[in-house]
Write a new protein. Structure first.
Length: 387
């Protein structure tokens, strides 16, 4: 509706009477020219009715008392002095009226536009300027409203973009115009997967299955973000979270990743209690964590890109998650992760374990108990090297 109104206003030619310049000129004429003209006419009338004022010398001196007695004449039976006072009063009233008129038609819309600009500056994109008049200020207000409408559309696109990728990726992609080059960085990776998800999908209708997954991922996402991590991708029933990437640099990435896994385990227990209360199946998950150097950046083509992390820690975290069932542990860590996060919670070495896809066995650790203490954060940037 707003677009049609402003489009009609742009298409309609603007006459002289609707321009600000014409209104200011009319106000000047009303306030200045008309009173001056009336006073000039009165002066001429006075000169015509009292010719003695033009005498000079001794004659003027002799006739002065008589002129004073006669007065300055009348206009329509009203003394000229009263007429002049009336003109002055009317001029004052006209000046006040012109000021009110200018204030209502010029100053007030400008203040409305200024107020709307301040609201947009503070982040309120629902601000609307007064664009009811068909003049320069009205057109300026309509242009401002079209601009805020464009900003609202851009914010909607950005919000939708942030729902399909992490907000950090969205902000970085916008800031760098989509050019997120690969960087080598040491960080920690957390891989989480639901056990026996295929069996779960067989017993739950699709709508309830999606609803359960969305609620589960919502709880997990809160814990990941609470430790400063980024969920890089959802893979059906799994998620991959990264701590210490170029998008969320931190020196204590391994500690944060382990804390996030422990908090996710606790959140899952509360989630399962709700599942039982709703007569829904409980979920069982495994956590795999690994730390090391990997490449973080855009992968894909010019038509479609995905910000992701690639490297041995990603593969190792996924393989450790697979071992959680056979080793009877919910959270498994690589030796590097355990070394950096040894003070976070009680850790137990499970010895050298053969991991699928690796030539040599690796030492694996499990998390035995809850958090040893609540953390106090001091986030430092992790070193990164461009490839």
């Amino acid at each position: 509706m707003q677009e049609s109104v402003t489009a009609d206003r742009r298409a309609r030619p603007r006459g002289l009477g609707s321009s600000i310049q014409a209104r200011l000129l009319a106000s000047f004429i009303v306030v200045s020219f008309i009173p001056i003209a009336v006073l000039a006419i009165l002066s001429l009338q006075e000169a015509a009715t009292d010719p003695d004022v033009h005498t000079d010398g001794a004659e003027a001196a002799e006739t002065a008392p008589a002129a004073e007695s006669i007065g300055h004449g009348t206009l329509f039976g009203i003394p000229i002095e009263f007429v002049e006072l009336g003109v002055a009063g009317i001029s004052l009233l006209l000046s006040i009226g012109a000021a009110v008129y200018v204030g209502r038609t010029i100053v007030r819309p400008i203040r409305s536009l200024e107020s709307a600009m301040h609201r947009v500056e503070t982040g309120d994109l629902d601000a609307v300027a007064d664009a009811r008049t068909d003049d320069e200020i009205g057109h300026l207000g309509a242009a401002f409203n079209r601009m805020t409408e464009g900003l609202r559309r851009e914010a909607t696109v950005r919000d939708l973009f942030g729902q399909y990728v992490s907000p950090e990726v969205a902000r970085m992609a916008i800031a760098h115009e989509g050019r997120l080059e690969g960087e080598i960085v040491e960080c920690s990776v957390l891989f989480v997967d639901i056990r026996r998800f295929t069996a779960l999908a067989e017993v739950l209708p699709p709508a309830r299955l999606i609803g359960t997954l969305n609620r589960y991922f919502g709880r997990m996402l809160v814990e990941v973000e609470g430790e400063g991590g980024i969920v890089n991708k959802f893979g059906g029933d799994s998620l991959l979270a990264v701590f210490g990437s170029p998008l969320n640099p931190m020196a204590d990435h391994a500690q944060r990743a382990v804390r996030a896994a422990i908090r996710m385990r606790e959140a899952l227990e509360a989630f399962n209690r709700e599942q039982v209360a709703s007569e829904m199946p409980e979920l069982r998950v495994g956590f795999g964590l690994a730390t090391g150097e990997l490449v973080a950046g855009n992968v894909g083509s010019q038509r479609k890109l995905e910000y992701t992390v690639i490297g041995d820690p990603v593969n190792l975290a996924a393989r450790l998650q697979e071992l959680t069932t056979s080793l009877g542990a919910e959270i498994l860590l690589s030796s590097r992760t355990a070394q950096l996060a040894r003070d976070v919670a009680p850790l137990q070495s499970l010895g050298q374990i053969e991991v699928r896809g690796r030539a040599e066995p690796v030492e694996v650790f499990s998390v035995g108990g809850p958090l040893a203490h609540e953390p106090t954060y001091a986030v430092d940037e992790a070193p990164a090297r461009s490839t």
